[in-house]
Design a protein around this ligand. Structure first.
Ligand code: FES
Length: 173
């Protein structure tokens, strides 16, 4: 029961915000995702147990939302927008260069488990295309020339503990 041990006050606060326990499923899944690194069967069952829900109900929620990961992912999830405005400003080249530099294809994770690469649709910042999102943190006008510096910065942030969790929260919080 990792969650109850590690996040007792956070869980209690979340539950107090809702009239029904089941309504807290999304925020609890985010906590579970950060605690476990992804939503393993164990993590999902623990959330179901806290909420007194059948595990299948929680598995269905996980399967519905794209920002929940039911498989191991990297510490940084790099999501490149491949919608039209971003494509006009170099998104396809950016994806191709990322694949080459990271040694993976889209929807794969590097061997060192640092990075997972994904395509996504419009992230609503088209005026700053091409857009890359790293653990929900926006990086604007990411051209191929900026990739090396970006990857180095993200690696350094893991070492210094400044990484943002894959659910978008600061990891140290
Ligand atoms: S098309 Fe890429 S952010 Fe809108």
């Amino acid at each position: 029961m990792v969650l109850r041990e590690k996040y007792p006050s956070e869980i209690a606060t979340i539950l107090s915000n809702y009239a029904q326990k089941r309504s807290a499923v999304l925020p609890l899944l985010y906590i579970a995702q950060d605690a476990y690194g992804y939503l393993s069967d164990e993590a999902v069952r623990e959330v179901a147990d806290i909420l007194d829900l059948p595990a299948t109900d929680v598995f269905e929620v996980v399967g519905f939302y794209t920002l929940f990961y039911d498989r191991p992912v990297g510490q940084w999830i790099l999501q490149v927008c491949d919608d039209v405005p971003c494509c006009f400003t170099g998104a396809e080249q950016l994806i191709s260069d990322l694949e080459q530099k990271l040694g993976i294809q889209v929807n794969q994770t590097t061997e060192d488990r640092m990075f997972t690469l994904e395509r996504v649709k419009c992230l609503a910042a088209c005026d700053k295309a091409p857009l890359l999102q790293a653990n929900l943190e926006y990086h604007y006008q990411v051209t191929s020339e900026k990739i090396d510096a970006l990857i180095a910065d993200l690696r350094q942030r893991i070492e210094s503990g400044e990484k943002i969790s894959i659910s978008g929260r600061l990891a140290e919080r």
